[in-house]
Design a protein around this ligand. Sequence first.
Ligand SMILES: [Mg+2]
Length: 104
Amino acid sequence: MSFEQLQKEIDLWAQQFTVPYWKPHEIIVRLLEESGELAREVNHIYGPKKKKSTEENKEMGAEICDIFMNLICLANSQGIKLDDHWKDLINKLNNRDSLRFEKK
Ligand SMILES: [Mg+2]
């Protein structure tokens, strides 16, 4: 699946609302909320802070998707096509940073 497909899927959903996308700074705040939810799950699994008995279990994967959704909303609201930037990122990893980490 490409980012184009993901971006279209989110846009189809968003366009049903009178305000399809929040303002960028509002999306960033939401992104921080979702990042906190992911951090909380990671902390519960790997850290010293365990859940309260009344607290529901959440999937890390679901929290990661919440973050992606907000990032896609930010990109869509700004007319950014993520596939182009993803190609640049992969190119950077395979070239500029190819010797940066110890290989197998
Ligand atoms: Mg969440």
